[in-house]
Design a protein around this ligand. Structure first.
Ligand SMILES: [Zn+2]
Length: 196
């Protein structure tokens, strides 16, 4: 089932999400609905707050990035088929050089900005079977995970731009909250009391 994606301005996007356990009701169908919702919107990641649930759950599938011809063959291979569920994730360490990448977000349609982040992360998380993993990722893989991880911490990529950029984006962001935007997937707008 395709779920409406929550738009910028909804308070759920600002909550620090809480951990879940195996007993979380309907988790399997929630995860499968989130995959369907993410693919329908051509996303490479989706976090639970984006569908209205402040729980520490997000999904990543970087396969669409594997076609980027500017990447090395090794990187393309790494991105192709990288499909994972992250539950109760905790970033333990962020290291390496900072680099900028043009990010977007399904909750903030039509806005893209160059965002600077550190290159390498070590993250501890549980998969969909609640098996714990501690892994290190870099490059675009780390980038997508960092963006989704921010969602479960109540942080959006637009928080990370300069104060000048923030002023420039203000009107656009407010229009998104009001649903004054063309978007080709289902969304829920906080300042528009109906779902498209
Ligand atoms: Zn996002």
């Amino acid at each position: 089932m395709i779920l409406p994606i929550v738009a910028y301005g909804d308070p759920v996007l600002r909550k620090i999400s809480t951990e879940i356990d195996k007993a979380y009701e309907g988790l399997d169908s929630l995860i499968s609905n989130m995959w369907e919702t993410m693919y329908n919107a051509s996303g490479v990641g989706l976090a639970a707050p984006q569908i209205g649930l402040a729980i520490r759950l997000f999904l990543v599938d970087t396969t669409p990035f594997a076609d980027d011809e500017e990447l090395s063959e090794e990187e393309q291979k790494q991105l192709d088929g990288f499909k994972k569920v992250f539950i109760n994730a905790k970033i333990l360490e962020e290291t390496g050089d900072s680099w900028a990448f043009n990010e977007g977000c399904l909750s903030i349609p039509d806005i893209r900005e160059d965002i600077t982040r550190l290159d390498t992360i070590t993250i501890r998380y549980q998969d969909e079977n609640f098996v714990e993993h501690t892994e290190t990722f870099d490059g675009l893989l780390a980038r997508v995970i960092q963006h989704e991880y921010d969602h479960i911490e109540g942080i959006l990529f637009t928080d990370k731009v300069s104060s000048l950029k923030k002023r420039l984006l203000k009107g656009k962001l407010s229009n998104i909250s009001k649903g004054k935007i063309q978007v080709d997937y289902r969304m829920r707008f906080p300042l528009l009391k109906k779902t498209r």
